[in-house]
Design a protein around this ligand. Structure first.
Ligand SMILES: Nc1ncnc2c1ncn2[C@@H]1O[C@H](COP(=O)(O)OP(=O)(O)OP(=O)(O)O)[C@@H](O)[C@H]1O
Ligand SMILES: [Mg+2]
Length: 280
């Protein structure tokens, strides 16, 4: 209870920060296009000058040499391009943060589930990408044709976040004692698939980590059950997710695992919530 209140306060803060960043970054992004256009115009103008006056006076020749005009022209365009890529990326992250921490979570809403998963993946990007110990974690998406799903999007995103973070933790644990090359030849994979079945959607998130030992299988969803070191895990991720899926969305959340081979968490939720059906 306390934990989910904390999460919602955090969600509001994240949404607020994302909102504040959104305006200035859009401003920069929009203006970059003008800067690019003006730069190209100016460079064209200089070229034109050079064609019309191929033999400028000595002083000007020296100045042209000093600024290394040719290099400058080439580099300027490149710099502007990379600034655009950079701001574009910030825009995407901000959008993901806003999507992820949707403030409208108090209301049931029909949403595109794939957008929620993609926003969550974007936020976790820093944990998925390659580092000195291992290559990147491959994410294989197999998205089916899904209708909009009626849900509390902020809460469902929290479930995706918990399951994906657990998968990454499990993969990192399975990497212990393996070299970069060994991991590369048997890479870390997260497999996300979605499918519509009758009146519900089924979302599964699978990793090829070490799996869950039989002995603790029944404890996974217990509050405060964790196998992670103190300070790393609170053991609340799965119990909160379970509550969100079963109580809030009248769905099912369960785990299939083969020790040594990997773990798959499956979320099943109805496309429409029946309180709504009753009212209709
Ligand atoms: N994908 C997985 N592979 C293997 N074990 C898992 C996986 N997901 C969860 N577990 C096991 O279930 C336990 C409980 O998970 P849960 O998400 O509830 O807590 P946590 O990850 O330990 O901590 P928190 O999520 O609060 O930071 C984990 O400590 C881990 O032992
Ligand atoms: Mg967890």
């Amino acid at each position: 209870m306390v934990q989910s209140e904390k999460m919602s306060a955090l969600g509001q803060m994240v949404a607020g920060v994302a909102h504040e960043i959104n305006n200035p970054i859009n401003f920069i992004y929009a203006n970059l296009s003008y800067v690019e256009q003006y730069t190209q115009d100016l460079l064209k103008l200089v070229q034109h000058y050079q064609q019309c006056y191929p033999h400028p006076p000595q002083a000007l020749q020296e100045e042209l040499k000093a600024v290394e005009l040719e290099y400058l022209a080439e580099d300027l365009i490149k710099i502007l391009k990379s600034m655009k890529v950079g701001t574009n990326r910030i825009c995407e992250i901000v959008l993901s943060l806003r999507n992820f921490s949707r403030l409208d979570e108090a209301e049931l809403k029909a949403v595109n589930i794939h957008e929620g998963i993609d926003s969550t993946l974007m936020i976790l990007q820093h944990r998925l990408k390659a580092n000195v110990q291992r290559p990147e974690i491959k994410v294989i998406k197999e998205y089916g044709q899904l209708p909009l799903v009626e849900c509390y999007p902020g809460q469902l995103n929290q479930v995706f976040m918990n399951l994906l973070a657990n998968a990454i933790d499990a993969l990192e644990e399975s990497n212990q004692g393996r070299t970069f090359a060994q991991i590369a030849s048997n890479p870390n994979i997260i497999h996300i698939s979605t499918i519509k079945a009758d009146n519900q959607v089924i979302i599964s998130i699978a990793d090829n980590g070490l799996g869950v030992p039989e002995a603790i299988h029944s404890k996974l969803f217990d509050p405060f059950f964790t196998t992670k070191p103190v300070g790393k895990g609170t053991g609340l991720g799965l119990s909160i997710s379970y509550q969100i899926v079963t109580e809030k969305h009248h769905g099912r959340l369960y785990c299939n695992t083969t020790p040594g081979q990997g773990t798959k968490f499956v979320i099943e939720i109805p496309i429409r919530q029946f309180s709504h059906d009753a009212a209709a």
